[in-house]
Design a protein around this ligand. Sequence first.
Ligand code: AMP
Length: 576
Amino acid sequence: MEFATFADRVAAIDAESADLEIVAHVRDLFADAGDDLPVVARFVQGRVFPAWDSTTLDIGPNTCYEAIARAAGTNVDADDVEKRLAERGEIGDVAASYDFGGQQGLGAFTGGGGDSTGSSGGDLTVREVDDTLTELAAAEGAGSQDRKVDLLFGLFNRCSSSEARYLARLVLSEMRIGVGEGTVRDAIAEAFDAPEDRVERALQVSNDYGQVAQVACDEGVSGLDEIELELGRPVQAMLAQAGTVTDALEEWDEAGVEWKYDGARIQLHHDPDGQTRVFSRNMEEVTDALPEVVEFAAETLDEPVILDGEVVAIDEDENPLPFQEVLKRFRRKHDVAKAREDVSVRPVFFDCLHAGGTDLLEAPLTSRHERLELVLAAGPGQPQDRDQDQNQDQDSAEIDGLSLLWLTDDPDEIEAIDADALTAGHEGIMLKNPESAYSPGRRGKNWRKRKPDVETLDCVVTGAEWGEGRRATFLGTFELSVRDGDDLETVGKVATGITDEKLEELTELLDPHIAAEEGQNVELEPAVVFEVGYEEIQASPTYSSGYALRFPRFVGVRYDKDPEGADTLERLRNLQ
Ligand code: AMP
């Protein structure tokens, strides 16, 4: 297809605002694209490379301004282009405003498929643009920026104003013609008479709109159904939305509960006889930055797998460090060995998308997790002789790199898992529908991160318990009360969200106010006010207020407040 034809069709789409009409235009474009269909399917979305491919053109706006300026004539420079951009606000408009062509020079002979006449005219093809941009992306090392400008100049030099408009937008990733992934899916379905859900599945699995369009065209639905995950080609990560324990238990028979690790998402593709590659949440390759993950895979995995997980930074005692520490490692391109000395990372996997030649995206979470456990347990360092009679969690807990999955319908058990997660230094918990498939790129209800507390309450601390073991000298599990006139009525106990250091500080603060002690239980005179977060307030006979805070967590001490300033039972009722 000539690039001029592509540009005209895209201009028609650009001028259209109705979604259905846009789909119809894209459908017709696909139907007419012939052999260039894969390229057209990407270009129309403003993509030069497939979504799974982390190759970039690696050109800044200035490279593009310079190429435009050079093609526009000797009296134009990059500053002029930038000035025009400030006036017009959009690079496509700027590119279209120049009269290109006929600029002789090195670029005219080296770029854009070698149109050595330097004349502008509608002979540039979509394929040539694609080939040139691929060559441009591959340029590296000394002089590569000049080479990129030359190649881009070679293309602009052969563009009409409409072609230049969309070429400029394409190379700067600013296509913005209202064609999103959904439009392309619908257009492929319409153009090649395939059901949308089958196109959708093929897109999710391959992440390659060009390939899916071509297969739909050449082989129809049966071809689409045969598209499978491929090692080395990342899949979009399934995403979570915020949610509460209450909602999860209402909607599902049981909730799958996992710790939420505070790190960075990774997708590991490992082939014991081939490559190990690691991708980020955005499907960028991060293999070189995370040698620990590659080593983990080599030591632990003995079959081809695609695993989904989190990479967490750890200190010398293997305790998790904050997320910022992971980021320092994650984006590191140089001196990785040195960076590794400062902060090391370890992977934790919570899902298995492919194992031993089988795709598992459509299998329920519980089966995928069982497979994950088997995959990880196979490593030489892992417990091999798993005694069937032993507690499952105990067994799984020993498997390095495995994120545990608990299945429960008991809110108190979920609370305990949450408390353990926080005590172990993690972010909290994820709630997952045990029956759900893996939906790449979806932020649905099947994965929920427990909602952060929206409101907090200021409660008087009226009691506590001495801890056990290494916490025996600390007060913990603090009883919380609200005011009701001159009285204080209990609403719950908080033991979650408090570090050992903080417990020590709180013990010092509360010790002078101990009014009575019985066994581990301590009665406190009202003196100290805690700010606490919670998930919800429930009517409950357990506490004297008649209410209970669900999932209370310690936020801080209100040093600025005395008990008279604490929240009241009336506020509690209003918040319920
Ligand atoms: P957020 O980034 O706040 O939207 O939370 C979702 C992110 O939590 C995911 O993208 C993962 O990177 C991370 N995460 C940590 N632990 C888990 C887990 N057990 N299951 C799923 N995602 C997790």
